[in-house]
Design a binder for this molecule. Structure first.
Ligand code: BGC
Length: 429
């Protein structure tokens, strides 16, 4: 124990997260790949080779472990594992087994996500989550993958299942210009149907029925194979606050965006909380970042304290253990990223001391990667990537988070600065 340090509970898990489509590259059988290549596209640029983690996973995991982090959350790509309806690729599963083994041999605990936004294109063309058969299809995929993969004990079924509850409407509302309507039309042409079958545009009733059922069936399928795996779903949770006089709007937003979902998964092994910022409900009926407050490049209010607030909220509503499965800061200013993480963790430490049962923290993201519709612009990574050479560059914030992880405490000085590595082992870690 270091003098003045804020220690985290014994066994607290420190990690970083990614998602297959955002880092692997070449995810050609997915709906996102098709949508990226629609013309005009909803996506600023295609994912292409991404940061080639499909081939470089061992090096990336070595950096993660070398930094002092102990866990890696990544997703297994359904579009690779089930390239056609009911047809499973053992070669794709072998790849993910190699990823799991690479974690284990470097002392990292693998945390698997089964669905992180992307779907196999064949399934999206059958309506995706809007298809009544979706929950069973998802459960079949979960069961098959769990039977074939060994060596992990924590799994997330669906990433940010509630996200469409609060982004579909604003996304649709923005889609009024001729250009935007052309983008939707091109997307619907590649999907062979309404945009609703792309996860981010899933209608509310579909999330609350098919989506929650898919989570439950997926969880049960995983546990039917390996009951000891800890299974949860992850939610996007913004810190919902209100100007005086706007509390009713805030409460409505809390109920609409989180309440039903949280109530449905109370009693799961854990709930994955993913927080980036806060949203303030205003007296004029609008909601958004606090006026005049600094923003990140994502346009979010730069508000590290949001994380502790959302963990308190989720804990009070569910009394179910929490894993922070994502939290991070996007921008070029790595010193600010480091400070953001420190401030978020300092507040989180306070929440844990009050009794909020938080079991781990995963920074988003391990690498600068493909930020969906925004392409390669926003940079969340602990590790920068030169996408022409795929060379990795460890940022000071990564070293600082590694120091926190090693100490299991805040208040320990970062020992090192940015290091550059090539394709081989990390330099000097
Ligand atoms: C998602 C990630 C995304 C991140 C930053 C979360 O909504 O799970 O895939 O990159 O936020 O926007």
């Amino acid at each position: 124990m270091i003098d003045g340090a804020k220690s985290f509970p014994r066994g607290f898990v420190w990690g970083a997260a990614t998602a297959a489509h955002q880092v692997e590259g070449g995810n050609v059988n997915s709906d996102c790949w098709a949508l990226e290549h629609a013309s005009p596209s909803l996506f600023r640029e295609p994912s292409g080779d991404a940061v080639d983690q499909y081939h470089r996973f061992g090096d990336d995991m070595a950096i993660l472990a070398g930094l002092g982090l102990q866990a890696y959350r990544f997703s297994i790509e359904w579009a690779r594992i089930e390239p056609a309806d009911g047809v499973f690729s053992q070669a794709a599963l072998d790849h993910y087994q190699r990823c799991i083994d690479a974690c284990l041999s470097r002392g990292l605990a693998p945390v698997l996500t089964y669905h992180h936004f992307t779907l196999p294109l064949w399934l999206a063309r059958q309506g995706g989550m809007t298809n009544p058969a979706f929950p069973d299809r998802f459960a079949r995929f979960c069961e098959h993958a769990t039977r074939r993969l060994r060596g992990f004990d924590t799994a997330c079924t669906i990433n940010e299942l509630n996200l469409p509850l609060f982004i579909r409407e604003p996304l649709m509302a923005r889609m009024t210009s001729e250009r935007a309507l052309a983008r939707i039309a091109a997307a619907e042409a590649v999907l062979h149907g309404p945009i609703d079958s792309f996860f981010l545009y899933t209608p509310r009733d579909v999330i609350l029925n098919q989506g929650l059922t898919a989570h439950a069936k997926g969880r049960d399928a995983i546990k039917s194979v390996r009951p000891e795996i800890q299974v949860g779903v992850t939610f996007a949770v913004q810190d919902e606050q209100a100007e005086p006089g706007a509390e009713a709007l805030r409460d409505q937003r809390r109920d609409d965006f989180y309440g039903v979902c949280l109530d449905a998964v109370k009693g799961d092994d854990f709930i994955g909380v993913q927080t980036y910022s806060r949203v303030v409900s205003k007296r004029d009926g609008s909601s958004g970042p606090e006026d005049g407050h600094p923003r990140t490049v994502m346009g979010y209010e730069d508000r590290p304290q949001a994380l502790a607030a959302t963990c308190r909220f989720v804990w009070e509503r569910t009394h179910t253990p929490i894993l922070v499965t994502e939290n991070g800061w996007a921008g070029e200013d790595d010193a600010r990223r480091g400070a953001f993480v420190q401030e978020a963790l300092s507040e989180l430490h306070g929440a844990i001391a009050e009794g909020v049962d938080v079991r781990g923290y995963f920074y988003w993201s391990l690498l600068d990667n493909y930020e969906w519709a925004a392409g390669y612009g926003p940079k969340f990574g602990l590790i920068g990537v030169d996408r022409t050479t795929q060379q990795r560059r460890i940022k000071p914030s990564a070293v600082a988070l590694g120091d926190i992880a090693r100490a299991n405490a805040l208040g320990v000085q970062a020992l090192e600065t940015t290091k550059v590595m090539g394709d081989g082992a990390p330099v000097g870690l």
